[in-house]
Each structure stands twice: as C-alpha cells, then as structure tokens.
Unconditional design. Structure first.
Length: 266
C-alpha cells in the first residue's frame, strides 16, 4: 500500500497550495475540499489552481454581497470592493422609488452580473437591464440573473430604446486599468480574465468617457450615474463626467479600498 497522502488529506492540499505560492492556502484548501466530488475532481481542481487559475473560476463561484455568484472560465471575477458600488446603487435606487414604482436600473459592463444580482436581492422591486460586450460574460450573467434581460453588445448599443430618458440608476464597473499597467497586474487577472474587462485605455478612462458621454440621453431627469474607479484614477473619472455637464462627487469606503464616482444631472 502506498504511503502517499490521500487526495482528501487537508494538510497535503494545504502544502500543495503553499508550494504554488497561494497566500491563503488554508482557506483555499477548505473550499476546494468542500467542493470536490471525488479524488479525481479534487486533483483536477488543484492542478488548475496551481497553474494560476483564479480560485473563483476553479470553484465556479464567488461570494458577493452575501450571494453565491457563478463565475465561469475567462470571466472577470467580481472584487470585494465592488460591493460598495452595489451598496451605493441600492441606496440611490431606493431614493428614486418613493412613489412606489420599481426603479429602473441599468448595469453596463455587467460581467458576471454580480452587481445586478445584489441589487435584485436587496431591493423589493427593480426593473433591471444588464449589458456586456463579452459573450462569455453575458452567458454567465444570464445564469446569475434569471428573468432579467442581459444584452450582448457595446455599452448602450444593445439596450432597448424605450429606456432612453427613463433610467433611474446607471451603474457601471467599466475597465479602468491603464493599458501600460495591465502587465503589472497579478497573473490570475491578466492571464485568466478577459482583457476587455481590464483595459481602460491609455489613461484608464477611455471606456468611462464613452459611458459618461452617453449617460445624459439614458438617465431620467433625477437619475444617477455611478462609476467604480480607483483612488488614483478618481480625478480623471470626475473630469470625464464633468465634461458632459453632469455634477460628480467621489465616495469612498476605506475598508474595501473602494472608490465610486456618483453623478447627477444638473
């Protein structure tokens, strides 16, 4: 009989993950062992994780705002900091629903649909539309948002024209990493997530500027635009929004390292 450790040996899994450089090896081992349906399944999952595939893509899900969000290979993994974007959007959606109607929310660059799913779970009523240019992300978002339209296309292009001038909350996590900084990102992101979900152009605001330029045509008169950004990019994001005549303000949540620029129509 072999003296090698069982594939379900917790210490062996932790050791394999540590040797691969996983900082939170204990936590990752617990999750992988819980998810594995057989020794062969565990071995395959470990192989993918050791090769650098994000843990969330290996597991097939990520915890976000208390929900288990499906994450498929190649799809952008929702970050904890984006929970603040969802929190801000929920607060503003409630403020625009004081007459008892369902607030109209559009999630651009929706990725896996995590923000929309969080809003749908938080708000009593919501009319939600989501959009992404990446077919893999759209397929993933449709799994996380059953019953809500998820449109495939570039920003506003695939949205129904009936939404023009009626959107209460336009929530956006567009890519905002400057092109030259992509190579400085962890391999888990730059090698296993869609480049379109990361690359914000030369200064990180190319997509944000396109979002801002289109926002006034889609927002209701008392609607809000929310864009996630970074602390270093915030001034550029503010300028991009101010350039189209909207009034932006910066909101931060330090414990998540989160920065959101919120804008209203003048």
């Amino acid at each position: 009989m072999s003296d090698s450790p069982s594939p379900f040996d917790h210490s062996a899994v932790v050791g394999t993950l540590r040797a691969a450089g996983c900082v939170f090896a204990e936590d990752e081992a617990r999750l992988l062992l819980t998810a594995a349906r057989s020794p062969a399944d565990l071995a395959a999952m470990l192989e993918r994780r050791v090769a650098g595939v994000p843990l969330e893509q290996v597991l097939g899900w990520v915890q976000f705002c208390g929900l288990r969000i499906t994450v498929e290979p190649g799809v952008f993994v929702p970050r904890r900091r984006t929970e603040f974007l969802a929190e801000c959007a929920a607060t503003l959606a409630r403020s625009n629903a004081t007459d008892g109607r369902s607030p109209v929310v559009v999630d651009l660059c929706c990725g896996s649909g995590a923000v929309g799913a969080a809003l749908a779970a938080t708000l009593d009523r919501i009319t939600l539309y989501s959009s992404d240019i990446d077919p893999a992300a759209v397929a993933c978002a449709r799994r996380n948002l059953p019953g809500s339209p998820v449109c495939e296309g570039d920003l506003y292009d695939p949205l129904p024209d009936t939404l023009r001038g009626h959107v209460d909350v336009l929530v956006v996590n567009a890519p905002y990493v400057p092109t030259d900084c992509i190579e400085l990102m962890p391999p888990e992101a730059r090698l296993h997530e869609s480049r379109a979900a990361l690359d914000g152009g030369s200064d990180g605001t190319v997509v944000q500027r396109r979002v801002a330029a289109g926002a006034p045509a889609w927002l209701a008169p008392d609607g809000y635009l929310l864009i996630e950004t970074s602390e270093t990019q915030a001034a550029l994001t503010v300028a991009a929004i101010a350039d189209v005549g909207m009034v932006p303000r910066v909101s931060r949540r330090d414990d998540l390292g989160a920065t959101v620029v919120i804008a209203a129509m003048q």
